[in-house]
Write a protein that binds this ligand. Sequence first.
Ligand SMILES: NC(=O)c1ccc[n+]([C@@H]2O[C@H](COP(=O)([O-])OP(=O)(O)OC[C@H]3O[C@@H](n4cnc5c(N)ncnc54)[C@H](OP(=O)(O)O)[C@@H]3O)[C@@H](O)[C@H]2O)c1
Length: 277
Amino acid sequence: MKILIAGAAGRLGRALADPLEQRWQVVSLARDELDITSESAVRAALDSHQPELVINAAAFTDVDGAESRPEAAREANALGPRNLARETLRREAALLSFSTDYVFDGAKKTAYDENDAPAPLSVYGESKLAGEEEIRRHNPRHFIVRTAWLYDNRGESFARRAIELAANHAEVRIVDDQRGSPTFVPHLAAAVARLAATDAFGTHHIAGSGGCSRLEFAGELYGRLGISTRLVAAKTADFPAAARRPSNSELTTSRQRAIELPPWREGVAEFASRARD
Ligand SMILES: NC(=O)c1ccc[n+]([C@@H]2O[C@H](COP(=O)([O-])OP(=O)(O)OC[C@H]3O[C@@H](n4cnc5c(N)ncnc54)[C@H](OP(=O)(O)O)[C@@H]3O)[C@@H](O)[C@H]2O)c1
């Protein structure tokens, strides 16, 4: 199989090539090589490379920035996926695209599965949900992978910021009223390679198994890394932000042929062991 990755220079895009290249031929295109908001550029890339599967890792991911730039978020997160869905259908290719736990409002007390109704609180969440709908409308051979709280040993993430804060503060305040599923990017990338080998089209929740608060996540990171900086519980309201975030967006799956990730703590353990290397 030949696979084309769009948004290949992003946090997730960079990690995908490695597990996919072990089985398939992969073409990785960063934003300056393929802008997914351009229908003609998408068409030209698909005509030139003729992939059987397109993986869309491109997105506008600035959750707070989207509140003041809704058009930019919509273009990348809804129009881009529409272009990819239409053009993959035209070429009889499949499309795998990523979405987010932020399509949910957090009112549920337990983990969200694929049957729960989305109700985004933010412009970012709305734009990602619109992208999902475009894909469902335009190409039935799609995988929509909702994931959450991505972190890796390179690039920006909540995990990396929490560690940096510990380096120059006596104590670090982290919210305990946002719950989610921390997802170690290499685990997700390996799972995407397993999913790509199937024809289990539709929507999949793929995130670190189980859930925790941001404070628990930071505590596990500090513990694994031997960081002794004191963690102090804070509330979301203590850190005013442009976008509203769900208080609970833990993900689980109801799919029979589920592609599951290891428990989120195993992701932290692997992150810590790579950080020490
Ligand atoms: N990060 C998380 O915690 C998280 C959680 C849940 C779901 N997700 C989803 O996971 C996916 C990957 O996220 P990520 O964390 O890897 O994001 P990221 O690091 O921000 O990467 C996104 C990439 O897409 C590129 N891009 C933006 N607009 C583009 C366009 N019009 N055409 C082509 N490329 C474009 C960006 O380029 P520039 O940098 O040049 O703009 C960047 O390289 C996204 O669908 C995101 O919504 C992420």
